[in-house]
Design a protein around this ligand. Structure first.
Ligand code: CTP
Length: 473
């Protein structure tokens, strides 16, 4: 196959080819760029491999411009990088050993192009296009990567045990590419995942979660999670999610499989949002169901308190998975804690005070919470679904009404602690906090409106009841 037409317009590739010719080096575009070119997914990262020194080639390319181009050289790794406009160009010499992103080992052994290709992760990532003038555009595809692109198959070029033990992260990459590209994993490669899953333990959490997040950000993350589950990779780093799987029955009473339910909620939320953290909230919303599960004859299966327990589990899981421990974790935790509240609202009567409390607690994330709740409706009974969604409409309308009236979304106390202290000549104390809290409660309960005048009035009443009088000036 010749791809000269496909790359003819990419000036930078021609320039690198010309520099390689001047140095008398064979040079190729390789890896993800070639895969994405054939899949018609435009990419701005190009990996060049040459038979010889990648650093020398990069230097030649940088020098070929009459203006300065930033060049970074990583001598120990035998690689170099050039950033040019929006292109990111990586240069490496063909090598015999595997491509490990975190490898701290210096490159020792130079290799041929074929040796370089066979130490790559998948056949579809081992394609190379020659860029020397004489052979410009010729595809070098020793492992039938093009065939696998057409068949939509993820397959290792060598025995999967060899490819995966070179870098066990590639097992996560197999699932990630399958999910992003909507490909299957070839059966022998899949068996390799099963055999080698436990070797993931030598991989850093950061690298694992990086791949996991790419799976979560794909169009249909449930597919990736199912692959992670059946290959037993998920068991290595996220056992709490594995525990969601399974159905228990007592007599004729069973509960739903919470793993598959969670995956459906996750796919549902993907229709609303590309936000990674809202997607994480969907993954975590029922995480505490296994540990809160109880059975009694009257109620059947219950998961009382799973929302609070789930919120408490969130920081622990985030820490273990090397996810950020900042406001993003707090956001997920908040949505997990509140995810039943809109449903509870619907079941009871939608009172103003309950809605006000929800808005107060959810703050600016109240819309995300409502979207999570809608995604959580996975019943197969269309009438039930319709009823739930209509009720959520009602809650949303009420949220708007209450918000227009009382503005409790980003609640600021209408009377501050300092004001209370000043008016009554009080030192910082429990009493000041109590008065503030009772004013807030009265607002949320709808006993007074959220404005200064009514808050001050109530403040005097509360102080009087506590035997506190105004400070005389
Ligand atoms: N590679 C590999 N093993 C790894 C990582 C990378 O063999 N663990 C090789 C593959 O040939 C891959 C290339 O290095 O195509 C570049 O890696 P990377 O930039 O991580 O991936 P891409 O394939 O470019 O895909 P994406 O940009 O979507 O991550």
């Amino acid at each position: 196959m010749n791809l000269s037409k496909e790359i003819a317009d990419i000036e930078v590739i021609k320039r690198v080819g010309a520099c390689a010719d001047k140095l008398g080096l064979e040079a190729y575009v390789v890896g993800g760029f070639v895969r994405d070119l054939l899949l018609k997914r435009p990419s701005k990262d190009i990996d060049f491999v040459c038979v010889g020194s990648g650093i020398a080639l990069a230097k030649k390319v940088a020098d070929s411009f009459d203006h300065h181009v930033p060049l970074s050289v990583f001598k120990n790794f035998g690689t170099a990088m050039i950033k040019l406009e929006d292109w990111e160009l990586e240069f490496v010499g063909a090598r015999k050993e595997s491509y490990r992103q975190d490898s701290r080992k210096p490159i020792v052994e130079d290799g041929t192009l074929k040796e370089d290709q066979e130490r790559r992760d998948f056949t579809i990532n081992a394609l190379a296009i020659s860029i020397n003038q004489a052979t410009f555009g010729e595809l070098v595809d020793p492992f039938d990567g093009v065939r696998d692109l057409k068949r939509k198959i993820i397959k290792t070029p060598l025995d999967p045990d060899t490819t995966f033990s070179d870098d066990p992260l590639r097992m996560m990459r197999a699932v990630r590419f399958a999910t992003q590209l909507k490909f299957d994993i070839e059966p022998d490669t899949f068996d390799g995942l099963l055999r080698n899953a436990s070797r993931l333990e030598i991989i850093s959490g950061e690298r694992i979660v990086d791949e996991l997040n790419k799976i979560i950000l794909s169009d249909t993350p449930s597919y990736g999670f199912k692959l992670l589950f059946v290959s037993k990779l998920l068991h290595q780093f996220f056992p709490e999610m594995v525990d969601l799987q399974g159905v228990d029955s007592v007599g004729d009473k069973s509960h739903k499989d919470n793993f598959y339910h969670t995956l459906q909620v996750l796919d549902n939320i993907c229709e609303f949002t590309d936000d990674l953290w809202l997607r994480w909230a969907a993954i975590m919303h029922d995480i505490a169901k296994p540990v809160t599960k109880r059975f009694n004859k009257k109620a059947g299966w219950t998961f009382h308190g799973h929302e609070d327990k789930g919120a408490r589990m969130t920081p622990k899981i985030f820490r273990k998975l090397k996810l950020p421990m900042d406001e993003r974790m707090k956001y997920v935790q908040k949505l997990v804690r509140l995810h039943l509240r809109p449903i509870a609202l619907v079941n009871d009567k939608v009172t103003d005070s309950a809605v006000r409390r929800l808005v107060y607690e959810a703050g600016d994330d109240v819309e995300d919470l409502m979207n999570l709740c809608r995604a959580d409706v996975t019943s197969k009974n269309p009438n039930r679904v319709k009823r739930f969604l209509a009720n959520f409409d009602k809650v949303e309308q009420k949220i708007q009404e209450v918000e227009e009236k009382d503005q409790v979304r980003n609640f600021q106390p209408p009377v501050s602690g300092e004001e209370i202290m000043k008016i009554f000549g009080l030192p910082p104390s429990k009493t000041v906090g109590e008065i503030k809290e009772e004013i807030k409660e009265a607002i949320l309960e709808g006993q007074i409106e959220n404005n200064k005048e009514q808050a001050i009035q109530l403040m005097f009443k509360l102080a009087e009841a506590k035997g506190i009088s105004k400070k005389e000036n």
